[in-house]
Ligand binder design. Sequence first.
Ligand SMILES: [Zn+2]
Length: 177
Amino acid sequence: MSSKKIYEFADIIAIKKREKELEEREEKERIKFFKVCSRCGEKKSIPNFSVDKRNTLKGGRTNICKVCKVIENQEYYYKNRDKILIRLKRYRDNHRGERKTYYRIYQEKNREKLSKLAKKWYQKNKKRIKKRNLKYYQENLEACLLRRKLWIEKNKEKIKKYNREYKRKHKVLKAVI
Ligand SMILES: [Zn+2]
């Protein structure tokens, strides 16, 4: 082998080595930015998983994606509905007195002040709130749509009633005009 060829050969080895390093780094990055949901088995980007500080081994995110979490919560709720309702009722019964009265009196006393404060805060933070909501919606589109669908399913009767009332009112208004 001539000395020139040896150089070329060394170059090729160096390039191959560099390529391998790059591939390995890319694979690492892929693991950092994507995660496989342990429930649906789909590979999704990290924002699709909720923050879970206890889960430090898995990058501080939950093992199941947000869409699956919504489904799981719903399933849990329906399976344990009676238990949950009883627990909530017991809690309400136990704490009926103190807290409620305190907050009610405080709110009644400061109704105007509180409402003004809330409005002021909203006006001041309107842009930020809207931006945050939109960002959340865009990042969690699938989970949001599913939650909306389930909400509609659950509140069918309420929505129907609201629509009926709305139509009735508008008919009345039209008739008056
Ligand atoms: Zn999933």
